[in-house]
Ligand binder design. Structure first.
Ligand code: NAI
Ligand code: MG
Length: 372
């Protein structure tokens, strides 16, 4: 029987609770679709840091590297200085595991209310591909004349052809498997050096994809187009900072952080992918049972797709969407929502969200096509 060996980092706040619900539906899907899932929990996050000052140790990194995929809840705790865990654990893992690609679907599911007036599900189904290891987030910097009126802070942006190619290549392959449209989002009129590199890579790789139309939108203009005309976009490829910003906007459009999923992927396939909800540890609602586990479940669906479990991934997404569509009339607790999704995985219609051929789950599970 096919077996997938998952590492589980529940993390902090609502992280462990939503991850438990994601695992509940993964196990339900495994039972129904005939594969096995083994899990290993990792003691990483705020408690570990408070106990022995370690955000991420070398041994854990190497062990994590040996799994087929990683499910992450969220990290961040009011008792830990900001950035220690977010950078020291999550960002460090993305870099160590060469996750040049961050996949962020922006899909409005039927019955979910978008804050954008009149937006319908048919008009909102796009994927943001964010470069995940470079840009302003990896460039380092320095401050001179600190504490004086001449204090000068420098923050560098790193852009390599290698990581940009890896990211843009994945985006083109994904676009080819979907609606064959790719949009580069950047700020090439101001950030001219990085902009030239990105534009050059898109042109270069675009030559190999004559069947994929590509265009360009400035990051600031994107903040208008995305909420007003999301139907313009199929695959949007962008750098780390712009991707962080526009994918939060995407999450808002699709109904909120409780619904927004993501996957961190090494497009060469050499390292395991790490799948996590976009939201953080939500200390304001931790322990209250009010966290929506759908984002974690949908991230697990991306994970199953990436592992080649196509039908299970479609089922998880359709089941989560179906329960999300009912929440306005039938709200529920974290466990309640998770249980309803897991039960529905076994009976849901795999075409409930439209033609599976057009689904991101299908594109992501066509390994030979999407991976390098
Ligand atoms: P957050 O995403 O944790 O919460 C923002 C707001 O959304 C809160 O009001 C929260 O209650 C709500 N929310 C988040 N997820 C929800 C869910 N599943 N269901 C219902 N409501 C939900 O962001 P915030 O408050 O800025 O950060 C909290 C901590 O998480 C910080 O330490 C931050 O650094 C960390 N963080 C970690 C991330 C990660 O692990 N990848 C990502 C973002 C933030
Ligand atoms: Mg963010």
């Amino acid at each position: 029987m096919r077996t997938h060996d998952l590492a589980v980092v529940g993390g902090d706040g609502i992280g462990p609770d939503v991850t438990a619900e994601a695992l509940r539906s993964v196990h339900a899907a495994a039972g129904h679709f005939g594969f096995r899932v083994t899990t290993t929990a990792y003691d990483l996050g705020a408690e570990r840091w408070l106990r022995d000052g370690v955000a991420l140790d070398e041994t854990s990194t190497e062990k994590l590297r040996g799994h087929d995929a990683i499910l992450l809840g969220a990290v961040g705790d009011p008792r830990v200085p900001p950035g220690v865990l977010e950078r020291g654990l999550v960002v460090a893992l993305r870099v160590a595991l060469r996750h040049a690609v961050n996949v962020r679907p922006v899909r409005l599911y039927p019955g979910v209310e978008s804050p954008v007036r009149g937006l319908s599900p048919e008009r909102c189904d796009l994927v943001i591909i964010r470069e995940n290891t470079e840009g302003l987030y990896a460039g380092g910097g320095s401050t001179v004349h600190q504490g004086t009126d001449h204090a000068t802070a420098v923050q560098n942006s790193i852009n390599t052809v290698a990581a940009t190619r890896a990211c843009v290549g994945y985006a083109f392959r994904l676009a080819r498997a979907r609606r064959r449209r790719l949009t580069l989002c950047h700020k090439t009129n101001i950030l001219v050096e990085a902009g030239k590199l990105w534009t050059g890579v898109v042109e270069e790789i675009g030559n190999d994809f004559p069947d994929v139309a590509h265009d360009y939108v400035h990051a600031d203009a994107m903040c208008q187009h995305l909420p007003l005309t999301p139907e313009r976009f199929d695959v949007v490829v962008t750098d780390n900072l712009f991707g962080d910003i526009i994918s939060d906007l995407g999450a808002t459009i699709q109904g909120g952080l409780g619904l927004a999923a993501s996957g961190n992927i090494d497009p060469t396939g050499a390292n395991p992918g790490m799948f996590e909800p976009v939201h953080g540890s939500a200390p304001d609602i931790a322990g209250s049972g009010r966290a929506n586990p759908a984002a974690a479940v949908l991230s697990a669906a991306l994970c199953l797709a990436h592992l080649g479990e196509h039908a299970a991934a479609l089922a998880l997404e359709a089941a989560a969407a179906s329960v999300l569509g009912e929440l306005r009339d039938r709200p529920d607790s974290t466990t309640g929502i998770g249980t309803r999704i897991a039960e529905r995985v076994r009976e849901v219609d795999l075409t409930a969200l439209g033609d599976p051929a057009a689904s991101l789950m299908t594109a992501m599970s066509a390994r030979s096509g999407i991976r390098e």
